[in-house]
Ligand binder design. Structure first.
Ligand code: SDX
Length: 422
């Protein structure tokens, strides 16, 4: 595993410490610093984990400079053109694209595992109708730990697979139940022969006494969005799932922690924040004012849907989303926010502040416009992200457990009081 080493010179202690360097398949080499405390007495300090690799992984790779994203070695353009979401989920988890038979068997298993225990619906009695959907989703997914205590047997590979299938299968059911609680619609059950996203559309929008046929274009757009959001290396929510999972906790609880992490506006909550921001900007004349606000360090306002920890280039997912936006708006009617978003992007990409910092639109910048056109309320956008990211979360959790792991336990730079007496 050790490919070469680097020497760290500590002139104060007059010591040279040799640290192993590992070469990745793609990306920058990493220095293994595990021996530093013993050899030199230091810990390392990297708030926000800007330069720290937290694990070895074979699932996803981002080239931030070039704006490239790979799932198991396949480009996101290739995956989104040739696979559907469930095949993508299979690829992320198992490492290879499923054969036709494997794909059919996987889809059948997802259908088998999707029903929610009826008791789950009783939790809604305790939620206000307009509680934030992410608050309900965090609670409901965490509650699954109570229904599947056997999932705690995480060293059983079969049990891990069943847990992963259950989660991918049940997330759309939970999301739709949340929406129906908000609308006051009765719960409905899936039809057997519909695909993953068609079924989700029915579960959301079918009303008693009215015929509902999911629109294939809407199902295709959702499937594409799910593929694009499926995984993204060690992002905050995936790292949260790994950290929570590293204690050996029940996986439903670990995924619930990931959902909580995703909710924040700096992460998955940005899709909701983008549409709220566009509504606040209101019209093209106001764009310069909001660009100035985003640049003002005294103002907490940031251009939502812009910037990324890893991408220093256009997020390839945003480009793919932008292209399907037109198709959707043509079918569902124009949304003035699309033009506003494009003008905002144009203005930001011409501005020195954004150019110097290499800030480009990310995945969340255009996704909300599609969700909105499909009739999904703004406060459900991050729930949509969570449905899609579940495939990534379970793939990472499974990889971590099967590769062997230690509890995640960062150190700190303590700057509090020295020892004192009362
Ligand atoms: C997702 O990690 C992932 O992979 C996440 C994700 C996934 O699929 O899992 O891709 C999904 O979370 C997308 C990101 C969604 N969030 C937003 O759109 C919120 C707006 N963006 C920012 O808050 C910010 O860009 C982050 C949170 C995305 C990244 O934060 P970083 O890594 O701490 O930011 P940075 O170091 O790149 O910032 C460099 C500079 C700073 O200014 P200076 O201190 O150098 O003067 O750029 C500024 C930042 O203040 N900056 C912005 C900005 N984003 C960064 N300034 C104005 N508006 C912005 N959006």
């Amino acid at each position: 595993m050790v490919d070469r080493s680097v020497k760290l010179v500590d002139s104060q202690q007059g010591k040279e410490i040799e640290l192993p360097v590992y070469e990745p398949t793609l990306g920058r080499p990493v220095i293994d610093i595990a021996s530093l405390p013993k050899e030199a007495g230091y810990f390392t300090h990297d708030p926000g984990f800007g330069v720290t690799s937290s694990c070895e992984s074979k699932i996803t790779f981002i080239d931030g400079g070039e704006g490239k994203l790979l799932y198991r070695g396949y480009s996101i353009e290739d995956v989104s053109e040739n696979l559907n979401y469930l095949d993508t989920a299979y690829l992320l988890y198992h490492g290879e694209v499923p054969t036709k038979e494997q794909s059919e068997a996987y889809t059948q298993k997802i259908k088998y595992y999707r029903l929610l225990n009826e008791r789950v619906h009783h939790f809604f009695d305790g939620f206000y109708y307009d509680a934030h959907p992410m608050a309900m989703m965090t609670g409901l997914v965490g509650s699954l730990a109570a229904f599947y205590p056997d999932a705690i047997d995480i060293n059983d590979e079969k049990m891990r697979e069943i847990t992963s299938l259950r989660l991918i299968a049940k997330m759309p059911m939970i999301a739709a139940a949340i929406y129906r609680h908000y609308k006051g619609y009765p719960v409905i059950y899936p039809e057997h022969n519909e695909g993953y996203t068609e079924s989700f559309l029915r579960l959301m929008f079918e009303r008693p006494g009215q015929d509902y046929e999911p629109d294939p274009l809407a199902a295709k757009a959702l499937d594409l969005l799910f593929i694009l959001h499926a995984d993204h290396e060690q992002n905050a929510s995936t790292s949260t799932v790994r950290l929570a999972g590293s204690t050996g906790t029940n996986p439903y609880a670990a995924i619930s922690a990931g959902i909580a992490s995703l909710w924040g506006p700096a992460h998955g909550g940005a899709n909701e924040a983008v549409l709220n921001m566009l509504d606040e900007i209101g019209s093209v004349e106001n764009i310069p004012k909001f660009i100035e606000k985003a640049k003002d360090k005294q103002d907490p306002f940031k251009l939502m849907g812009f910037g990324h920890r890893v991408y220093r280039n256009y997020d390839p997912r945003a480009k793919i989303i932008q292209s399907i936006c037109y198709e959707i708006l043509e079918r569902y009617g124009d949304d003035p926010r699309m033009e506003l978003a494009m003008k905002l992007e144009e203005a930001a990409l011409k501005d020195d502040y954004f150019i110097e910092r290499k800030l480009y639109p990310n995945v969340d910048f255009y996704s909300g416009i599609i969700y909105s056109a499909l009739g999904i309320p703004v406060n459900m956008f991050t729930v949509m992200f969570a449905i899609a990211r579940t495939s990534g979360w379970v793939a990472h959790w499974n990889e971590m457990v099967s590769d062997g792991y230690r509890i995640g336990r960062p150190r700190q730079l303590y700057t509090g009081n020295n020892i004192r007496k009362l």
